[in-house]
Design a protein around this ligand. Structure first.
Ligand SMILES: NC(=O)c1ccc[n+]([C@@H]2O[C@H](COP(=O)([O-])OP(=O)(O)OC[C@H]3O[C@@H](n4cnc5c(N)ncnc54)[C@H](OP(=O)(O)O)[C@@H]3O)[C@@H](O)[C@H]2O)c1
Length: 163
């Protein structure tokens, strides 16, 4: 969480912020006291914005993925990067987007049974890159080992979107 928070807050221009774009279920999975995620503009994809507006206090609701990118672009003087932070369908749309720049992936070196997954992506269309702010050596928390991997889309059209 510390890594997630640091990387998604980081901007090259101090006056700018990043967007964290998520599905409604991911938004609801964040405890009320921790949302919106601080220091970032929270955008939520949902079809329920009108029927349950109070659920989305202090976030910007969007009814589809393109609308979210368009709203971020409208604020390009204040917004640097859009981070697509899940769940599965948001990852899927981000992976298919021509605006996708990078995937910041945390690989947990242990098997778990999961109910939400990162969709398949063709790794041959990406190149592995380093980020000076992201350690490349294996990390450990308790008995769980994990590592950070960063993939950059080959021939990305623009660099606005990261997941
Ligand atoms: N890295 C991680 O570990 C990680 C990251 C993210 C999430 N999660 C977990 O994953 C779970 C949620 O993921 P999920 O895949 O089940 O759900 P999700 O993607 O977070 O949310 C799905 C919802 O997003 C809205 N949505 C999706 N596509 C849309 C579109 N094109 N237009 C409008 N609305 C759209 C719909 O909301 P409406 O039904 O309101 O219309 C849909 O029901 C949570 O348990 C969360 O904690 C884990």
């Amino acid at each position: 969480m510390k890594h997630f928070s640091r990387i998604t807050k980081r901007t090259s221009v101090a006056e700018k912020q990043n967007v964290v774009l998520m599905g409604r279920k991911t938004w609801e999975s964040i405890p009320i006291k921790f949302r919106p995620l601080p220091g970032r503009l929270n955008m939520v994809l949902t079809t329920k914005a009108k029927s349950t507006p109070s659920l989305f206090t202090n976030s910007i609701c969007c009814s589809n993925f393109d609308e979210a990118l368009s709203k971020a672009k409208d604020r390009s003087k204040q917004i640097e990067t859009v981070w697509a932070i899940g769940g599965s369908s948001i990852y899927e749309m981000a992976l298919e987007s021509k605006h996708l720049h990078r995937i910041y992936l945390t690989r947990i070196l242990k098997d778990f049974t999961c109910d939400t997954v990162l969709p398949y992506f063709d790794i041959s269309t990406f190149t592995r890159v380093q980020d000076p702010d992201v350690p490349s050596e294996v990390q450990q928390e308790g008995d769980i080992k994990y590592k950070y991997e960063i993939y950059e889309k080959i021939r990305a059209v623009s660099s606005v979107l990261k997941i």
